[in-house]
Design a protein around this ligand. Structure first.
Ligand SMILES: [Fe+2]
Length: 241
């Protein structure tokens, strides 16, 4: 299998690639190409694809790990470039209102309306785990969570006219079964990266973890949480991060 990084916060010194805040990976496994998240901007993703010799028309599926604009903002531009109605896989709650109020009210969820996305793609919205293609799975919603992995982002949604904390329950990851063990690809790991890894083991029945790839969202985590995460990765035998 191969994973190409198409969007990431850093391009690197003397790199010809464009960086942007956000994530986008192209996962290639057994002849299937899945675009995992779309960055916040399609132009940079498409530019990097061109440099790598990858054609948007060859993408079979798009998987959106969660609603955040830096993972979904490139969606429409990339769909137009793909030019076919391919499945877009995500959690059913992905189009909800999702906002911050500090330093000011700002929507940070999907920057498109569901109806507009449906004009260009087949939405496949489910929070259940399932096999997308041979050996490649959506984890579905992560229901069992480690006690130390609390979602600390101050984000909100609207429910019947009330402003309530949003737990980002739409956070889902992709798991690939390889001959060397599982490869787990996560967007932001708002569900908690250790919870995601343990869920992936239960889902597939495979205990060897070849690699965990993606955003872990531990930038503001305290030393205790980072320590517990490292301990858990060691206990689970995660080979590469
Ligand atoms: Fe996020």
């Amino acid at each position: 299998m191969k994973i190409y990084t198409l969007a990431e916060d850093y391009a690197g010194y003397e790199s010809p690639f464009l960086a942007q805040h956000g994530i986008s990976f192209l996962i290639e496994h057994k002849g299937v190409k899945l675009l995992f998240d779309t960055g916040q901007n399609a132009q940079a993703v498409l530019y990097n694809m061109k440099l790598l010799g990858l054609k948007p028309s060859e993408i079979d599926y798009i998987f959106l790990s969660h609603c955040h604009y830096d993972h979904t903002g490139g969606l429409m531009g990339i769909l137009k470039e793909i030019g076919r109605r391919i499945p877009v896989i995500a959690h059913p709650a992905i189009f909800r209102k999702h906002f911050v109020t500090k330093p000011h009210l700002r929507h940070v969820g999907v920057p498109f309306r569901r109806e507009d996305v449906e004009k260009h793609a087949e939405l496949f919205l489910t929070g259940e785990p399932f096999q997308i293609s041979n050996g490649m799975y959506s984890t579905g919603e992560i229901l069992e969570k480690e006690g130390f992995e609390r979602m600390e982002l101050e984000v909100y949604t609207l429910k019947d006219g009330r402003i309530v904390r949003d737990s980002l329950s739409d956070d889902m990851s992709v798991v690939i079964e390889t001959s060397d063990g599982l490869v787990i690809v996560s967007g932001c790991s708002h569900a908690g990266i250790v919870s995601i890894v343990k869920h992936s083991i239960r889902l597939t029945g495979v205990e060897r973890i070849k690699a965990v790839v993606g955003g872990f969202h531990l930038i503001d985590a305290n030393d205790e949480r980072i320590g517990k995460t490292i301990e858990a990765f060691k206990d689970l035998g995660v080979e590469e991060v």
